[in-house]
Design a binder for this molecule. Structure first.
Ligand SMILES: [Zn+2]
Length: 269
């Protein structure tokens, strides 16, 4: 019976992993879509609205207007790209917002569906519009690449895996069950979630670089921004946190991605 249930859970997991996929027009890759964007966006928009209500949002200052300007240009770049791919309706349910929030943190993030926040603390490091386009391009890319949907989908698979382990070890002593569960949690975090997130960061860097280039910003400045970022004593606040590649690796990867970004931008002209 136990084995039967376990097989059912594995089959359900495999079904989700292989059959609920969508092809992303930016990366060209098939990604997991177990959670629908409809429900995810609804939650995301509500949470973003709450955050904005409770935050010190800066409007109409020179910097706030620059955040709007860069966001709008990057959004235009994404639309151009989708048009070229014949996927204009991809953004139908996106509701783009870019807000500058007064906070010392060196941070920026995005929520699914195009909800972006830039903290004033990062502006001395972005320094100019190209630097800001680097950060915002990265954040827009997370939204466009549906990374929120993917990580939620991965969490569901992880939970299914946990159910499978619980079924297999049921009837064993409590200690064995606990060990099996802990081992699963650690394993799925290291093997699943962590590299998955690192891959997302690298992907957001590359697509963000192409977006800023299409929007008319200088991609070389992305490397300059990351050099300035690496000089910070504490840059762990940024959305990458513990999963981001080392700064040096990141700068090298960005440098290597510049020709492709320019090539994509050239095709969009
Ligand atoms: Zn990121």
């Amino acid at each position: 019976m136990k084995k039967f249930l376990f097989i059912v859970v594995v089959l359900v997991g495999l079904f989700f992993a292989f059959y609920t996929k969508e092809k992303n027009p930016f990366s060209g890759k098939s990604t997991m879509a177990i959670v629908s964007n409809d429900s995810l966006f609804k939650e995301s928009f509500a949470a973003y609205g709450e955050f904005i209500d409770e935050s010190n949002v800066i409007e109409n200052s020179k910097d706030a207007l620059i955040v709007q300007e860069v966001g709008t240009k990057l959004r235009g770049a994404a639309e151009k790209w989708l048009k070229a791919e014949g996927s204009e309706d991809y953004l139908a349910h996106y509701e783009w917002e870019y807000h500058l929030v007064q906070a010392d943190e060196i941070n920026a993030w995005c929520m699914p569906g195009g909800k972006i926040v830039i903290y004033t603390g990062i502006l001395p490091i972005t320094k100019n519009k190209d630097g800001l386009a680097t950060v915002m391009g990265h954040e827009l890319a997370h939204a466009l690449l549906n990374h929120g949907q993917q990580s939620q989908s991965a969490n569901i698979l992880k939970q299914l895996g946990a159910i499978g382990v619980a079924i297999l070890s049921s009837g064993e002593s409590y200690n064995t069950q606990e060990i099996a569960q802990t081992a699963y949690d650690a394993g799925s975090h290291l093997l699943g979630t962590l590299p998955f997130s690192r891959a997302n960061e690298t992907e957001a860097d590359e697509i963000g670089l192409a977006l800023m280039t299409i929007a008319g910003y200088n991609p070389e400045e992305a490397c300059a921004f990351w050099s300035r970022m690496s000089e910070q004593n504490d840059n762990t606040q940024f959305d990458f946190l513990s999963t981001h590649p080392s700064d040096e690796k990141r700068i090298n990867a960005l440098q290597a991605a510049i020709p492709k970004a320019k090539e994509i931008a050239e095709q969009m002209k």
